[in-house]
Ligand binder design. Sequence first.
Ligand code: BTN
Length: 259
Amino acid sequence: MVEDSLSPASITDKLETRFIGQRVIYHPRVTSTNELAKQEAQRGAVGGTVVIADEQTAGRGRLKRVWLSPKGSLALSIILYPGVVYLPSLIMVASLSVAHSIEAVTGLKPQLRWPNDVLVNGRKVSGILIENNVQGSIVNYTIIGIGVNVNLKLSDFPGILPAATSLSDELGRDVSRLALIRCLLVEMEKLYLALPTGGSIYQEWRDSLITLGRRVHIKSGEVDCKGIAESVASDGSLLLRHPDGSLTKIVAGDVTLCD
Ligand code: BTN
């Protein structure tokens, strides 16, 4: 096992960012880093503050699911105070920065699955949970929670979905979590600060989605249907073409590929 400390000093040392990751709160074990980050944000934590843990005992996934993050995985939450117009782009920023940093540190070629899963060789290696506190057009805070299966032998964790993988399972060796998180923070700040310039993040995100043009099964609240994932809109929603030719805009849900 690669021995890598996630101490604030080792993460922030000469970190080439202006604000993301310049303040790090580390705990060996927490319920959920998103929960702690929320409390920090309510106390007025500086933007870019990172809450990170070696282990979560009550990690949360999307759609009220449980996210298992035992030792060896990466669980972190980033506190941001974006303008309301940037909220739909945050999933693009987060998923692309996870994919870029995995590729830079391991050489693996990640893919994205709508809305916010990062896959390696078709299996989920990372999940992202973004929680916003918004009043009208005021964003009180946003928490970007990221979980990555880094050094885990997934066969030891039957509770983690069978369609999951870890970086170490893919590579046959361990990966430095410290290198990964430092790279991730730099990538995230680069993409986040580029949002006001109206750059090409939407196009890159759309082009990285394995979902598009494929026949998919979508489960989203009351919706449970199959169709062709035709496109994504710049607000992050998925456009699903039904067999009868009609089109539905899906804002949240789970997608599995049918073929
Ligand atoms: C998903 O794919 O369902 C999203 C999973 C998000 C998990 C991360 S781990 C760090 C942060 N803290 C949490 O409780 N959840 C997110």
